[in-house]
Design a protein. Structure first.
Length: 238
């Protein structure tokens, strides 16, 4: 089954989570309660060593969120009581908010999202908002990348990540492996690079991402994965 908008509608991950318990062998695949399930607390003990993830440069991830056309990040950035996910064209009381946030104003509110997801236990809104990440959490998340994941892929190296996954776990590369299942706009892909990403720096998630890149590169060598050795896999691209 391909989990995408064509088969499951506008929010395929949510639809799949509802269908998962009846469709999937729970011994092989955990049907999580949330597309962004946290990995702290008891979840780390449960899932350690069985996790699969595609890690994205946090600067690119933040830019992708900022430029998502579904959101209009405006607000009084000095109003600490206003959580970022409610910063729309109007405030919660319907009163227009002062100005559209700049990327530099918005970015700090998303610093450490991956760090928090890998270390905390609670609802996704608490992870994506809540208390800021800490340097200690960043160090723990960085260690967990190496010790807790069965597979580490890199979004910016999507094709090689697909090939590596198939090399490690078997199966033929499929056209759907290379498709963006949920682009922000028609014709857009996850391969877009935001040039202004270099104007921000996430002090918590960047070490996590850098460790993921190191693990990824080590596995490329270990499993003999390269542009040359993956030609047969890449031939599956539409």
């Amino acid at each position: 089954m391909i989990v995408d908008e064509a088969s499951l509608g506008g929010h395929p991950e949510a639809s799949f989570l509802m269908m998962c318990p009846a469709m999937c062998d729970q011994k092989m695949l955990s049907c999580n309660r949330s597309p962004h399930e946290e990995m702290g607390g008891e979840n780390w003990t449960r899932y350690k060593g069985h996790l699969v993830a595609m890690f994205r440069d946090p600067r690119q991830r933040i830019c992708s969120s900022y430029y998502d056309p579904e959101f209009d990040f405006v607000g009084d950035v000095t109003a600490e009581a206003t959580p970022f996910w409610r910063l729309r064209a109007k405030g919660a009381n319907g009163v227009p908010l002062p100005h559209r946030m700049s990327l530099q104003e918005y970015a700090p509110q998303r610093f450490g999202d991956a760090t928090k997801q890998l270390t905390r236990f609670g609802s996704s809104l608490v992870i994506q908002g809540g208390e800021p990440a800490t340097a200690e959490e960043s160090r723990l998340a960085t260690a967990r990348v190496r010790e807790g994941f069965a597979f580490v892929g890199i979004t910016e190296e999507w094709s090689l990540s697909v090939c590596l996954f198939r090399r490690m776990f078997g199966g033929q590369c499929m056209p759907s492996d290379f498709e963006d299942m949920r682009p922000h706009s028609p014709g857009e892909t996850a391969a877009v690079i935001y040039e202004d990403a270099d104007t921000i720096a996430d002090p918590y998630d960047m070490p996590v991402y850098e460790e993921a890149v190191r693990v990824f590169k080590e596995n490329l060598v270990k499993y003999d994965v390269s542009e040359e050795t993956c030609k047969a896999c890449f031939a599956a691209k539409r």
